[in-house]
Design a protein around this ligand. Sequence first.
Ligand SMILES: N[C@@H](CCC(=O)N[C@@H](CS)C(=O)NCC(=O)O)C(=O)O
Length: 223
Amino acid sequence: MAAKAKLIYFDGRGRGEIIRFTLAAAGVEFEEVFLTEREQFLKLRDGGELLFNQVPALMIDGLKLVQVGAICRYIAQKHGLMGKSLEESAMVDMLFEAYKDYIGIGVLGVQFKKTEEEKQQAIEMIANRSKERYMPMFEKIYEKSTSGFLVGDSLTLADLCWLEVFLWVLELAPELSSSFPGMTAFVSKISSQPRVSAFLKGPQRHSPPDEQYVATVRKVLQF
Ligand SMILES: N[C@@H](CCC(=O)N[C@@H](CS)C(=O)NCC(=O)O)C(=O)O
């Protein structure tokens, strides 16, 4: 029997959560190694397990994959979540890259702010960028969907990553949900896909980052 896929990351969302979404939507069972100590990370890094000395890493099919995009695309391609043609796959890719820009505006870093004031400023900036740029952009794209999915007529990686970032941003700025009907419909549609819904309710979905998560990441990565 093939070994179960193994995700190496922290016991928190960060850059690992979209990999969890993708594995779950693909129906791939996976186990997790949570980094809690610096020594654990050094052992992996110095043992050559992490090609660019970074996590997340996914051990799957005898491969040691790193880089979130490469990991998600590998799973998505293997399990029919990259669209049904080259053109659809290019659209999924564009949406994935835009998701990376979006989540990179500070969503991953909010909890790492040192003071409550800095944290509130970061949330305000995320809310503003969302309502001025990303959410209107999404509404335009989604308006054209006749299936309720972002690309074609079935679930793809594009749906998973935009769902992930929207759920996160709406936790930070819940007031945004009422202004974007396309986004609200999309979140509801994708969240209720059977495997996605099971993941969201299950033990491998992570809660918003807390102080313990931040302290662990700081300790392991030493920053
Ligand atoms: N481009 C990489 C970024 C990964 C990354 O920055 N990982 C952080 C943890 S979230 C890390 O391992 N930092 C340690 C380092 O860069 O030395 C990816 O997509 O996986």
